[in-house]
Design a protein around this ligand. Structure first.
Ligand SMILES: CC(C)(COP(=O)(O)OP(=O)(O)OC[C@H]1O[C@@H](n2cnc3c(N)ncnc32)[C@H](O)[C@@H]1OP(=O)(O)O)[C@@H](O)C(=O)NCCC(=O)NCCS
Length: 175
């Protein structure tokens, strides 16, 4: 299957929401348009501000998946240690975060996930970032393998503030 990857822009909301919600339905997770998923309904506000970017993977039929990056001042503390953050624990020494990696079930195992990861890592390097944090639901074992293939390692855990209070692994990736 041919696919392309590009930065998301205004107008992609419906496609992005449909792709991500399919994955939430697959796992039986709670969809929360008002809060936890509000960023996907207003891409311009959340990913058009210079500090964050969302990439989408698509083919002729529409959006199949996405992945994002957010940059920020380096989290203070000993590198790789999980430290107190507001509202959630963070990983010290990181200056960017990998966000919202999802590929629709019917489009998997064709390289979209890897291509999305590579776009996000390349973007982070271009922006001068040095260490990335990745918080990933403990049930997303396929994603853990993918991240580890690019050098990410688990350094801690936390409970997310999503509606399902999901247990997450915290990973760090040296860029
Ligand atoms: C994790 C996820 C994004 C991976 O997406 P994907 O598009 O399937 O990723 P890829 O195709 O790049 O790689 C998946 C596997 O297919 C394999 N693969 C890639 N192209 C292939 C091809 N042409 N033929 C056969 N296998 C292939 C990869 O080697 C990889 O193998 P692995 O199972 O040994 O790790 C997807 O499974 C997903 O959305 N999962 C649910 C949500 C999730 O976990 N999100 C993470 C949030 S932190």
């Amino acid at each position: 299957m041919e696919f392309t990857i590009r930065p998301a822009s205004r107008g992609d909301e419906l496609g992005v929401v449909a792709a991500v919600k399919t994955v939430y339905d697959e796992y039986g997770f709670t969809w929360d348009p008002e809060d936890y998923h509000a960023d996907l309904y207003d891409l311009e506000a959340h990913f058009g501000n210079g500090a964050a970017i969302l990439f989408v993977a698509e083919d002729g039929g529409g959006i199949l998946g996405c992945a994002g990056l957010e940059t920020f001042p380096t989290v203070e503390g000993p590198v790789g240690e999980v430290v107190h953050g507001s509202p959630l624990p963070r990983i010290a020494g990181t200056d960017c975060e990998f966000l919202r990696l999802y590929v629709q079930p019917t489009a998997r195992r064709r390289g979209l996930g890897a291509a999305l990861v590579e776009h996000v890592l390349q973007e982070a390097v271009q922006r001068g970032c040095s260490r990335m944090e990745i918080w990933t639901d403990k049930r997303f074992v396929d994603a853990h393998r993918l991240y580890q293939r690019y050098g990410a390692r688990i350094v801690g855990e936390r409970i997310c503030d999503d509606p399902d209070v999901s247990p997450e692994w915290g990973m760090i990736l040296e860029l």
